[in-house]
Write a protein that binds this ligand. Sequence first.
Ligand SMILES: Nc1ncnc2c1ncn2[C@@H]1O[C@H](COP(=O)(O)OP(=O)(O)OP(=O)(O)O)[C@@H](O)[C@H]1O
Ligand SMILES: [Zn+2]
Length: 661
Amino acid sequence: MADDHNHTDKHNHAHGDARLFGVPIELAFAILSGVTLAAGFAVEKLVPSAPDWLPLAFYVAAYFFGGFFTLREAVQNALARQFKIDSLMLVAATGAAILGEFAEGALLLFLFSLGHALESYAMGRAKRAIDALAELAPDRATVLRDGQSIEVPVEELVVGDVVLVRPNERLAADGFVIKGRSAIDQAPVTGESIPVDKAPVADRAVARAQPQALKDDERVFAGTINGSGALEIEVTRIASESTLSKVAELVAAVETGRSPTQRMTDRFERIFVPAVLVLAVLLLFAWVVVDEPFRDSFYRSMAVLVAASPCALAIATPSAVLSGIGRAARSGVLIKGGAALEDLGTLTAMAFDKTGTLTEGEPRITDVLPVDGVEESELLQVAVAVEALSDHPLAQAVVRDGTARLGDGPRLEAGGLESLTGRGVRAGLDGETVLIGKAEMFGADGIAQLGEQASALIERMRSEGRTTMVVRHGTRDLGVIGLMDTPREGAREALAELRALGIERMVMISGDHTGVAEAIAREVGLDEARGDLMPQDKVDTIAALGKEGMVAMVGDGVNDAPAMASATVGIAMGAAGSDVALETADVALMADDLRHLPFAVGLSRKARSIIRQNVYVSLGVVALLVPATILGLGIGPAVIAHEGSTLLVVFNALRLLRYEG
Ligand SMILES: Nc1ncnc2c1ncn2[C@@H]1O[C@H](COP(=O)(O)OP(=O)(O)OP(=O)(O)O)[C@@H](O)[C@H]1O
Ligand SMILES: [Zn+2]
């Protein structure tokens, strides 16, 4: 009795796009069934002189058109060793025919097929909202090859091609800008409402070698819309691997059946459906108990089957999940499945990574404080030489700003970098060891204590909210470097909105010093910050929060993967630039914008409430209809109520496509 819930999927796959007289073929058949039924009925009632076989022929035609797709599906299900209670409609219709009630049976099949055709159509709308994503990128691109500009289909683009983008044209490929400036509307991919300014990369070879390190103002995406400047871009990904096609692929593959509500309804159906079958069989023998002909008992039994068929319940959740995910994708929020969608709406706590999540992730050097007897240039030279080997965001900042401060001074060469996770780095320089990292790294694990002066400098800078690192060469502390990252624009606003939505507990978790973490937390309006956490401590913190309720971990998805995995929902930011983030997170915000978070939570809340309404309506209708049919309600009204509730549920779910936050 498996897989009742994916029956609409089958509808769409089995007879997806076929059309007859311009309408979907399933709907056309349903209408033909209605027309032939009406004709048969008219002939039977209005033309007494007509031969008996004439209305019968019309009814048989109505049976054919009304039953065709249901029969085909029943056969397909049977071959796949599955059973759907819908198939019993055929039993009921056959029964009616055997009893000579052709008009009644044809009415049953007509209404049933009409309802299901409309249901498929409505579900198709939610699906089309998703498929439309992939079609945002143009089919053709203008490329520069051997000095000539030629137009090629996007499938023929290769990595390294130079694509010309005219003003106001849609981009055909992911890549980076090599010539020209323009503001690009990235809404189709990232959901950002304001166009993003783009400029050429400084060094093409570097950009080509490390496309994942491209900055927001260099990187461009297929499917986005160019502004008023002409651009030349170098392609970094072939069309089928563009961010847009990945998103479309991930969304299309979304598992609608695994949400908490869906699991509950599946369990319910596993008990309910056999119970209905038993009841129907018992009712066949009603004539033994009450004084009535067998045909009345049979008719009642069929009516009960129709009434009890839980089609609306089966589609209650998938329809809402599909619509919700489609709507989210349109705003640059990728929600991977029904479970993520529903969980997102029940969150009570959220943990945030600091760097790159609540802050811009572009720290700058604010202070360079050598100890007495050391020159600033020596401190910087050593720091730059070692950090050049590390890819930590702090290291990149030290290299960038340090080099700028050093000007044309001599450069040193370090080697043998080893990173001490969550604390700092170690490398060799001039035959001696260099240690760079947070103060807590010193005085443990066989690393000598910090000198007095360095400790004092650290204290002072931390009280000002600076991220600090000590530089030691051999046995000498050279000094301290202070850095500062700016809070992300919109972070404060987003957190306030989340609080208003009822996320009671919001905590920053950071590997940085607690004092620094607290300073940033205050700036963005978070009331709780935990610092000095090693990766494992972050996982433990999430687990502890998880004991109190549903918790999400918001990070960049790259080095927070373990913490994200231990949360109920792992949310990655800036996923448009990172495949890892896109693939590992449960929810991916394509843009680097926290303001999409309240939108996602709000949408999920709405989805949950729609799912709840749908479940109540489906169960409510069945609960009313079953006793009503036992007491004598006819098959016709039962089918109308059955199909009506199914359609109500699907159209209710489609409201999510119009959600505006
Ligand atoms: N390459 C490095 N150079 C200097 N210090 C480093 C380096 N790597 C790590 N550290 C120190 O270790 C601390 C923790 O680093 P880690 O990468 O675990 O931080 P994080 O938790 O990812 O950062 P955040 O909480 O700021 O997002 C940093 O704040 C820094 O003091
Ligand atoms: Zn149905």
